[in-house]
Design a protein around this ligand. Structure first.
Ligand code: SF4
Length: 61
């Protein structure tokens, strides 16, 4: 599974980093994805972060 953040859409709320710090981290006022592949153990929280993003900036599949 991979994840991507649309930087143009992200409003920098920090929720994804709180929900799934294994995959997302804040870089200034935008979230970025750590690494190229989502670790197996973080897939559930990664999907939750994508669902909970208030502006639907995360694609995880
Ligand atoms: S939850 Fe969405 S809007 Fe908030 S920091 Fe993460 S990607 Fe950006």
């Amino acid at each position: 599974m991979k994840a991507r953040v649309d930087a143009d859409t992200c409003i920098g709320c920090g929720l994804c980093e709180s929900t799934c710090p294994e995959v997302f981290k804040m870089d200034g006022d935008k979230a970025v994805v750590i690494g190229s592949v989502v670790p197996k153990a973080a897939e559930v929280t990664c999907k939750k972060a994508a669902e909970d993003c208030p502006v639907t900036a995360i694609v995880a599949s």
